[in-house]
Ligand binder design. Sequence first.
Ligand SMILES: Nc1ncnc2c1ncn2[C@@H]1O[C@H](COP(=O)(O)OP(=O)(O)OP(=O)(O)O)[C@@H](O)[C@H]1O
Length: 358
Amino acid sequence: MSLGLLDAEVSDVTTVTPALVLDGLVKSFGSTRAVRSVSLDIAPGELLAILGPSGCGKSTLLRLIAGLEAPDAGRVRLGERDVTSRPAHRRKIALVPQEGALFPHLTVAQNVAFGLPGAGKLFGLRRAAQRPEVQRLLELLHIQDLVERMPAQISGGQAQRVALARALACDPEIVLMDEPFSALDASLRHSVRTDIRETLARLGVAAVVVTHDQEEALSLADRVAVMQCGEIVQVGTPDEVYRAPASSEIARFVGHAVLFSGRCQAGSVGSCLGEIAVPDGSEGDGAVMVRPEQILLVPPTPGLPTGEVRSVTFYGHDADVTVELDSGESVVARIQGDLPRGRVSLRVRGAGCFFPAA
Ligand SMILES: Nc1ncnc2c1ncn2[C@@H]1O[C@H](COP(=O)(O)OP(=O)(O)OP(=O)(O)O)[C@@H](O)[C@H]1O
């Protein structure tokens, strides 16, 4: 999907005032340190995903940004304004909760209109539901045919679109979304994700999406911040985080990783898959990582590592093939096309990542 104008803005964050700045945020609950000194900048119009396992502090961080929790230390800035001590309703930040949380007694259009200024009372809400801003948001999110329905009469995917439309109706500077697609099935996720991403890009609204789903983070965001144990451990474009993870833990979390320990010398590491090239500058003992899709399976070939196909997990678009090498190690390759059987040889395509031993 093209972000057009936004690409220029996002790529040059140093010359643009960030839409949101988090500076050293800390939050504990008793002895649980949920968020430990998190600092992040989000550019205008940028979509940032915070990716981390359950319990790493993602929702707490979102609640600190929204003003629903007060930090023990650190600041939150929206544009030029420090909003750390402002209550949630005075921050111009909209939070879309996990299940959308629509008002069950209001129609879809009234739910969306709820965010408009002066639309608090039901009488005003009926009129506000007719306003062009509401119609436009409904159209952008492809839910214009649902205006008169009640939340109980729409699907989960439609409810998520309504929840985002309601959040956008407040004209927020930032939209926060907490696991917005977790209740949707795989095919619906894709279409809702695409529409939400396109709507945010069209309106130029910056957003922070919290997820534990790496595929979701990589496919949705302009940048991904990986969070572990209350800390942001890497921030980068989806491509950077996937291809050049900062540690073997991040490599394993952000996709499938094939890891071997070995010694790096003169730009390559010896492994059971032969010499694996790694970026210049690496040296010494550590671990080398390749992604399963970098491992090619070829007919048995003298001089190449060879073994027996032990299992195949077929996903439709590709398949994971576990090969037990004659040297004893098991390796998983991700392949497309014909499913192999029997004996195969393995070759690594492209460079690996090297993580020096601590
Ligand atoms: N109000 C609270 N009181 C006490 N502990 C809390 C509170 N809120 C969160 N925690 C703890 O803080 C840590 C981080 O929780 P948080 O909900 O932010 O994680 P998360 O990454 O969003 O998890 P999940 O993906 O499962 O929602 C957890 O150990 C959690 O138990």
